[in-house]
Write a protein that binds this ligand. Sequence first.
Ligand SMILES: Nc1ncnc2c1ncn2[C@@H]1O[C@H](COP(=O)(O)OP(=O)(O)OP(=O)(O)O)[C@@H](O)[C@H]1O
Length: 263
Amino acid sequence: MNSPPALQASQLSVSLGSGTTRREVLSGLNLTLRAGAWTAIVGPNGAGKSTLLRALAQLIPHQGSVLLHGQPLCALDPRQRARALAWLAQSGAGEASADELTVYDVALLGRLPHQAWLAPPSATDHAAAEAALRQTQAWEWRARALGELSGGERQRVLLARLLAVQASVMLMDEPLANLDPPHQADWIALVRALVAEGKTVVSVLHEISLALMADDLVVMQHGRIAHTGPSAQPQAHQTLEAVFDHRIAIHPLGAHWVALPTP
Ligand SMILES: Nc1ncnc2c1ncn2[C@@H]1O[C@H](COP(=O)(O)OP(=O)(O)OP(=O)(O)O)[C@@H](O)[C@H]1O
């Protein structure tokens, strides 16, 4: 029997703002995200990518349903949900409160959903935090305060916190922001390794050439899904060029594709 999708959203709608500025940002989306695959969500600024990710993570009020491995997400208690579904916010969003913490303690925060109320971290928690910091090459900064780090260094620590959760589904909003090209390549290798272990990675990306390396693409425009399917499909490429008003063109390069700005 096929395993259920990692995430399945039905008739997902989100309205944001208040009073006269309130408007529907996502309109009745239906979306299936395969388990054990890497899906990249792409589209122009304001298309609703972050809003979709936040709604999938149950971080904002929404209408419609979201199933996690076939189970309604809203039926899980918050700790169960936090163990199953890990979240990396857009760079800097809501993280200033962690600036005083050491890098090591930030990674340990990823273990909170595994810990009993007020219980100290276990040996397993410490091992998971260390392994995650080593995976993102952030271990050497473990005694430094998060607030002292550069944007890219900070991003790698926050990625380690997400990895420390050891969730089966990982949602990442612009995980490559601030990373230099070698660390972007490391991130892709890491995602490939996670997927090979059976994990599911869903990432909002602005780096279209890198998004084209994902297994699946979700192309968004104006709060709707313009296309979803394997990233190798010509239809995916045509839709991508169209949602960016043909200001990009997608070209083959070896076994991959690159998106280049058109003059
Ligand atoms: N709190 C809010 N109140 C009102 N409108 C909002 C709010 N947050 C986001 N929006 C609007 O919702 C739309 C979708 O925003 P969202 O951040 O999901 O887009 P995005 O595709 O992630 O964009 P970007 O590529 O610029 O990060 C935008 O038009 C944005 O202005």
